[in-house]
Design a binder for this molecule. Structure first.
Ligand code: ZN
Length: 238
């Protein structure tokens, strides 16, 4: 099994990375995790308050996949950590994939919650097929989804069992930065939607699993310092 870290652009100031991930299993499955900002942002970014989005043509999810020989039609599963704008901008390109999302999150977004409307034409697309799951869920051997509500209801993270590296957790926005890894003291960020109890519960869940599984490392959702130290695609972890 291989894990590719896909660099899908940056928010300034602070060189804040927007990541996606590709997992290739020994059985031949291509599993994509998140799709970044909408591809139209290469030319015309719609910047959030106080941030400037920078996406070069080579940073789009399709360009990152192409650089490692993968086309959208090759993706078997697309895991949605959640439907915030920086994670769900290009779902419509992956109509041959099966999308895996927490039922709670999908239903909240489908109900019209304004937070998830920006990319709605991308993720609420008639050609897309969603598998709605509830709680922790082993998708294929070595790839387990972890329910980590907090940042948003029905957020999910991943636990991967790589043959050489060992266990790697992709926290996504359950824990956006290494400075937020301690459940007791972590900052509650302005974009964290659930009540504080849920946010701390999921932060503790990530930390407890990392400890009990003796994880090699946890990848945080938007961690500038950590991202600079990671092996980015086309290189990979295995
Ligand atoms: Zn995010």
């Amino acid at each position: 099994m291989r894990l590719y870290m896909l660099y899908l652009g940056t928010m300034q100031p602070g060189e804040i990375p927007v990541p996606g991930y590709l997992i290739q299993t020994d059985e031949g499955f291509n599993i994509l995790v998140d799709t970044g900002w909408p591809r139209s942002f290469v030319d015309t970014p719609v910047n959030p308050p106080d941030l400037t989005i920078q996406i070069r043509p080579e940073d789009t999810v399709t360009a990152r996949l192409k650089a490692i020989g993968v086309s959208p039609a090759d993706i078997d599963y697309l895991i949605c950590t959640h439907l915030d704008e920086d994670h769900s901008g290009n779902h419509d390109l992956f109509s041959s994939a099966e999308f895996i999302i927490q039922k709670e999150h999908y239903e909240l977004a489908r109900s019209g919650h304004p937070r998830f409307e920006a990319n709605r034409t991308s993720w609420d697309h008639p050609a897309l097929q969603y598998r709605l799951i509830e709680g922790d869920y082993e998708l294929v051997p070595g790839v387990t989804l972890l329910e980590t509500s907090g940042h948003v209801p029905g957020h999910q993270s991943l636990l991967l069992r790589l043959p050489e590296t060992g266990v790697v957790l992709l926290a996504a926005d359950a824990v956006m930065h290494h400075s937020m890894a301690d459940a007791a003291t972590r900052q509650i960020y302005v974009t964290d939607m659930d009540d504080e109890t849920g946010i701390r519960r999921s932060t503790r869940k990530i930390a407890d699993i990392a400890a009990s599984e003796n994880a090699a490392f946890v990848v945080y959702g938007h961690d500038t310092e950590q991202w600079a130290s990671l092996r980015l695609s086309p290189a990979f972890y295995e």
